[in-house]
Write a protein that binds this ligand. Structure first.
Ligand SMILES: Nc1ncnc2c1ncn2[C@@H]1O[C@H](COP(=O)(O)OP(=O)(O)OP(=O)(O)O)[C@@H](O)[C@H]1O
Ligand SMILES: [Mg+2]
Length: 232
């Protein structure tokens, strides 16, 4: 599903080069719930951004469902993201002037689907995240945990092949974090949804099918071997 070969990302800060990814190769299979873990600054978000087409790598190749995404132009990348990928961020990234249902419908509306169909799809995913009672609320009227569930619903509304989540539990307490992780596990199991999630919380490990450990912009193969079968 995702095939990455020798991926490098070098940021230029004035004259200084920061090598955030220094040659990462990996595969993620359809239907996996994969965790990306490693110390702060190791390149987890950078890796997720390259895989999710939110940024362009300095070199290397990324194949998603057989498409060499490094060859897509800007317009094709945008279309690919809209059709095939979903995102959940640490800060929810919702539009505060819109209702819950409207927020969730945005990716469907951007695909040009008829409005009533978009709202129907939004309502259906909001039911999955147990927010039917909040359809017409403005998002700032919701708790942090509820807002994160809205953003998960938004990520799922177009039934993307892959959902990317960058530390989605970072601003949540343990109980709400568990709800979010269980939600990801449920869509992963019930819908066969591929989920790639960055985390630095050791207790999240039990939720993942497999863990990709990163250190200093490279795969931490030593740690993957040490952690055993879970992280191959
Ligand atoms: N836009 C940028 N410009 C310059 N350097 C960057 C940029 N984004 C990230 N970096 C650098 O790249 C390295 C990896 O950053 P990244 O954000 O991927 O780490 P991370 O593993 O997600 O860390 P954290 O756990 O703190 O979120 C860091 O040294 C960071 O300072
Ligand atoms: Mg990060």
């Amino acid at each position: 599903m995702i095939e990455v070969t020798d991926l490098k990302k070098i940021y230029l800060l004035g004259e200084v080069e920061v090598a955030a990814l220094r040659g990462v190769s990996l595969s993620i299979h359809k239907g996996e719930f994969v965790g990306i873990m490693g110390p702060s600054g190791s390149g987890k978000s950078t890796l997720l951004h390259q895989l999710g087409l939110l940024d362009t790598p300095s070199s290397g190749k990324i194949l998603i469902s057989g498409t060499d995404v490094s060859r897509l132009d800007d317009e094709a990348r945008t279309r690919f993201r809209l059709l095939h990928l979903g995102y959940v961020f640490q800060d929810y990234a919702l539009v505060s002037e819109l209702t819950v249902k409207e927020n969730v419908a945005i990716p469907a509306i951007m695909q040009g689907r008829p409005l009533d169909e978009c709202y129907m799809a939004a309502t259906a995913v909001l039911e999955k995240v147990s927010l039917l009672k909040r359809l017409d609320h403005l998002v700032y009227e919701l708790s942090g945990g509820e807002q994160q569930r809205v953003s998960i619903a938004r990520a799922l509304v177009n039934r993307p092949a892959i959902v990317f989540a960058d530390e989605p539990c970072a601003n949540l307490d343990t109980e709400n974090s568990r709800t979010v992780l269980e939600l990801f596990r449920a869509v992963n199991r019930d819908l066969g949804q591929t989920v790639v999630m960055v985390s630095h919380e050791p207790w999240h490990m039990e939720y993942f099918d497999r863990i990709i450990f990163i250190r200093d912009g490279l795969l931490d193969t030593e740690r993957m071997e040490r952690e055993g079968k879970q992280s191959r």
